[in-house]
Structures are given as C-alpha cells and as structure tokens.
Design a protein around this ligand. Structure first.
Ligand code: MN
Ligand code: MN
Length: 463
C-alpha cells in the first residue's frame, strides 16, 4: 500500500513520549535525579560554581595554567571571581579546527539584600530590605517560604558563608502578603504594581532584645543572633552579597512524575545539561569541548563574570597560545550552542503564544533561530546554514528537537548570551529547555526536555 501523501509532505512531529525507547526512558530518569540534586545544591551562581568545581575535580579536572601546553584528553577549568566557570576537554584534533562551546548562565532572578538591609518600622517586626535581581513578577514573591544564601566579609577581610532555610528544621523567611479582607484598594491596581519593589521587605524576627532600655530592640535582637552565629556586625552588610531565594526544594511535578518543579531552572537546567554532556563526551571528542557557565545574564551580562567580560577570550587564547594554535583560525572554525531556556506553550495563557511556533512541553530541545523583541531586535539570528548544520547533528544522534519563538510577535520577548558569543565571530545557535512559569519562584520543566537538552549538547560536542 502506498504511503499517504500527507505522511510524505507534512511535518510528522510527535510527542517525545511516542518516540522514547525504554533505554532512553531509563537514562532520562537517572539523568533527572542527578539534575534535581544539582538544582538543590546551587541556588546562587557562587554555590553553583562550588558544586561544579566539586563535580569536575572529582573527575580529574584541574585549573588551567597560563603558558601550559594542553594535550589531547586534558581536562581543565578556570573560575572567574567565584561566580563563573569555564571547563574544557582538549580534543584529538588541533585547536585550529575550532572548539565546540556549550554555554549557559548560572545566575537567576531573586531578591538581593540592600547594602543596609536590617530595620524595624513600628510593627514589632525586624525586616530586611531587598532589591530584586532580574525580571521577576513581584506578586509571586510574597507569602512563600524564603531562604537566605550568600557571603559576608568582616572588617578584617575574613569571609563567612550563609545558607539558611534549605535544610529540614531550618527557620525560613517570608514576605507576608496583605490579607484579602483589606486588599480592596490594592486588588484594583495593575498586577505589575500591586506589589512594589520597596514592598519586598522580608520578615526576619519578632522577639525584642531583652534590654528594655535599648532602642530598636527587634532589629538589635536579630543583629545579636547574627553576631552570635556568624560573628558579624551591621556594617558587615555593606561588604556582603546576601540573596533571598525561594526555599522550595526541587521535586517531581504531576501525578505521572513527568515534570520537575524547582527554583532557578532558568538556566541551571541547561547549565547542567552542558556540563554533564561534556563529562560524558570526555573520551570521544574530536574538537575541543568547552562548557561555559556565566553569571549576570539576568541583568544584562555586564561585569567581570558576565558574558560581556573578556574572561572567555582569555581562557581560549591561553589554550591556543599554549598549543601554538592561531587564535583567529580557532574562532573561525568554532561553534557555540547558547543554551538557555525558552517559553513552553501554556494552554492556560494561550493568548500570549503563537501555538504553531511555540516551544512545547515534551517536544525536546527548543531551538530559537532568533530571540529578541519588537521585530527581532537584539537577536543573534542563526543562519539557515547553521540551522541546517544543527538539524543534521541532532537528527543524526536521534535527539528530539523543535524550532520555536518566545511568545507572540508583539507580546514581548527576551535575549540570551548568544549575541555576545556571535560578536566574537563564533556561529551561535540558541537552544534550550522549554519551561512553564519561567522566572517564577517555582519553575516547571518536563523531564524529557531536560534529558533532550543534555542529549543535544552531547551531540554537538561529538559532532
Ligand atoms: Mn535564561
Ligand atoms: Mn531568565
């Protein structure tokens, strides 16, 4: 019998589960358990770098020394200011053949403490003032359990790490919302301004300092506790980076456990995929593989640890110089997967998406030929040639993928680190995991898509 014409001519895209083999399903579940552990370990870019270092060093990675001659099979890394990390496995081919970079970011939206955070204001409560980092919807951050992560430097330069609210039994923090009984006025305000930036003040205590002669007894009591636990004083907040993050632990979502819920999946879901793929491609690489995990993407990629910084260039030029390879030739033959999450079509908010061109849950890797907003502005548009290359690589390895845009044309948009890589002259493709509720305190990914993002990175490293 002849095949139906539609089967020959029209796209036959399937739900990922209709293509997944039993072996893949097992690998997917194992991969996702490791991913959830990674997600729980690193809640800030600093903690992520520490966890990545731990994983890499256990596999024999070591710090790259300037001037050393890299040998095939060498596994090296470099950390930038404790907040970004680049890892490389030297391939069997010379560096003039180019490198394969898989890059993602490890910062994510949160509430940073202000430099002078601690106060009380007549309510019998001590509070921290915050300044939000990245694109948050402020109303999502009230009346949820919060944790405190970061570092404080004392006057003598010593450092103390803070991590509070994650372990069972830890106290947690919160920003109590207004009760509905008294919210008539507030409820009439537009969603984006009902909760204001200056309202995101975290409750940290309610017990007064015992000495009734003291002023600001609620504030003082908290400072006394912090001094006892961390040996810090109020001025030390000026030399601190303390982040308020959701205290939710990563967890399976859905009665079928097909999804993962957790904080910071943008973009740790892709960061972990790029990292694990490099680990698993260590012995099969032809071209040198580089995993680049950067900070500051959520606020524009500026600063020494952001993608706008030269640290990636210095790392790559150190590799090239050591190997006696021409840097420009290396750049010209390189490829980069800029792996960042994209929006998954949400039928609950269908108005925001063009469903024929939206990222899909269980559609595998979501490739964005271009990102940007208002007419592709700010996009690093991948060429049709590059798309065709990616298609061959991914199909060749049986990786499930689809091409998508982030929302309707006039609805908004977003950017990634891709244009920074492209500016260096490296052909760069945007591709990542579709998420539901991106930038929310509790983001949702599909396990199949997490796994396929990893498979995609592995396919590119090995291509
Ligand atoms: Mn992102
Ligand atoms: Mn983001």
């Amino acid at each position: 019998m002849m095949d139906k014409m539609s089967k020959k001519l029209l796209s036959q895209r399937k739900n990922g589960y209709d293509r997944l083999t039993q072996a893949e399903r097992r690998e997917m579940n194992e991969y996702c358990e490791n991913y959830k552990r990674f997600l729980a370990e690193g809640c800030t870019e600093r903690e992520c770098v520490e966890e990545i270092l731990r994983l890499a060093q256990a596999r024999g990675y070591r710090a790259l020394r300037r001037g050393e001659v890299p040998q095939p099979g060498d596994k090296v890394y470099r950390v930038e200011a404790g907040k970004a990390i680049v890892l490389a496995v030297i391939g069997s081919e010379p560096l003039e053949q180019g490198v394969v970079v898989c890059g993602a970011h490890i910062d994510n939206p949160r509430l940073d403490l202000k430099p002078n955070p601690l106060y009380e204001d007549g309510g019998g409560l001590a509070r921290f003032k915050t300044h939000y980092y990245g694109g948050i919807r402020k109303y999502q951050w009230v009346s949820i359990p919060l944790a405190l992560h970061g570092v404080v430097y004392r006057a003598d330069g010593t450092r103390v790490r803070v991590r509070l609210g994650d372990e069972p039994g830890d106290p947690q923090l919160t920003i109590p919302d207004l009760l509905p009984h008294l919210a008539d006025k507030q409820a009439k305000e537009p969603l984006w301004q009902a909760i204001k930036g200056e309202d995101l003040n975290v409750v940290v205590g309610s017990e007064p300092y015992p000495d009734e002669e003291e002023k600001e007894r609620f504030k003082l009591q908290i400072m006394a506790l912090l001094h006892e636990k961390y040996d810090i004083t109020e001025d030390d907040f000026n030399t601190a980076e303390l982040c308020v993050v959701p205290a939710f632990r990563p967890t399976d979502v859905g009665l079928d456990r097909s999804m993962i819920g957790g904080y910071g999946q943008d973009d740790r879901v892709c960061a972990f995929a790029c990292l694990q793929a490099l680990f698993d491609a260590e012995n099969t690489l032809k071209r040198t593989g580089i995993c680049l995990l950067v900070d500051k993407e959520e606020i524009g990629s500026y600063g020494v640890t952001g993608m706008d910084s030269s640290y990636f260039d210095r790392f790559l030029s150190d590799l090239c110089r050591g190997a006696g390879a021409d840097y420009n030739t290396c750049i010209e033959h390189s490829f980069c997967l800029s792996s960042d999450v994209t929006a998954a079509y949400d039928d609950n908010y269908a108005f925001a998406y063009d469903k024929r061109n939206a990222g899909r849950v269980n559609g595998g890797l979501g490739i964005a030929k271009y990102t940007g907003s208002r007419g592709k502005s700010g996009a690093s548009d991948a060429s049709a040639e590059l798309m065709a290359y990616a298609r061959r690589v991914l199909d060749g390895e049986g990786v499930l993928w689809h091409v998508c845009e982030m929302g309707k044309v006039d609805e908004g948009g977003g950017g990634t680190i891709s244009h920074y890589m492209a500016r260096r002259g490296i052909p760069t493709l945007d591709g990542g995991t579709p998420l539901l509720a991106m930038h929310a305190p509790f983001e949702v990914s599909a396990k199949l898509d997490c796994y396929m993002t990893y498979r995609a990175a592995r396919a590119f490293y090995n291509a």
